[in-house]
Design a protein around this ligand. Sequence first.
Ligand SMILES: NC(=O)c1ccc[n+]([C@@H]2O[C@H](COP(=O)([O-])OP(=O)(O)OC[C@H]3O[C@@H](n4cnc5c(N)ncnc54)[C@H](OP(=O)(O)O)[C@@H]3O)[C@@H](O)[C@H]2O)c1
Length: 331
Amino acid sequence: MTSIPKTMKGVRFHSTGDSSVLRLETDIPVPAPGETEVLVDLDYAGVNFIDTYQRGGLYPIKLPATSGREGAGHIVQIGDKVPSSYDLHVGDAVAVFAQGTMAQYVAAPATSAMKLPASVSTRIGAAVMLQGLTAWTMVKDAHRVEKGQCILVQAAAGGTGGLLVQMCKHLGAAVIGTVSTTQKAELARRHGCDYVILYKDQSVQDEVTRLTEGKGCHAVLSGIGKSTFAADLACTRRRGTLVSYGNSSGAITDLKILDLAKKNVKLVRPTLVNYITEREEFVERTSELLDLIAKGAVRVELGGEYGLDTLAAAQDDLTGQKTTGKLIVKL
Ligand SMILES: NC(=O)c1ccc[n+]([C@@H]2O[C@H](COP(=O)([O-])OP(=O)(O)OC[C@H]3O[C@@H](n4cnc5c(N)ncnc54)[C@H](OP(=O)(O)O)[C@@H]3O)[C@@H](O)[C@H]2O)c1
């Protein structure tokens, strides 16, 4: 067994602000795993919008904080009270949903650690815990996507959006995707979109109305937040569901509840964590997701690989609409 060092490299922030508050530090104490945690020697971590919400102060976090909410590597230590039924062992390759993964080691709650099948690398494992599980819970729990439905996916070439498109197609739905550029449109089509709207040139609402013969979509899956909320609602059909799962353009602040009554729309504003709080929920959805990836039903598009020293650039690229697919950091 390799010995565990006392200190490690990682990216922390001591105050909130833009990406300049991120500090690459080399002397962060390696955390000791609590009784119900596992210590993971990380190979990769995934970059997510939540990292920027925490760094920027939208989602409060205790400071100083280590960035990162997902990663994958190998277990090097296990807390005394981790149930044997979790089947987690030193040496196992695992993916974790945990705070502080932009560092060489993370102490992760065992409830949110999942053993990876041999066919899924730690590189891919780190890429799917957040966007992948989010996408899968959106189409299973927030709105149950079914054969014959028409679904609008905003940011269809993005990390979560690209996975949503593939999952909706896998579940038998027709998918309309939105993107900002022709390059992104090409990728959205490769993910399986039946129709792609270039929202800078076309009105999303007009196109959806035309394509659905005035009915609108059974569900709208949107992580954009503020800037598309009115259009998202307009594109949802009578008795349909609007799943508003993010704030890429800013948080929605001007919701008028009576607007939902115009078409009896169900509005859901979910976060991943509330779908996978219990170990059984986490295991069920993560196993299903890893199975979809292992059998090739869902392809993970890696849009960029960074180092800890370029994490600030990765976050700026993500929020600056410069990216497609998933951004990862090699540790
Ligand atoms: N609820 C949850 O638990 C949960 C979990 C994970 C992620 N999320 C949310 O999901 C959303 C997408 O996350 P992601 O990591 O998959 O990102 P992403 O979709 O890969 O990147 C965001 C994309 O959104 C589009 N966009 C439109 N307006 C934008 C604006 N004003 N600023 C930035 N981007 C804009 C851009 O695509 P175009 O250039 O094509 O417009 C951009 O590339 C985020 O809001 C995130 O918070 C929520």
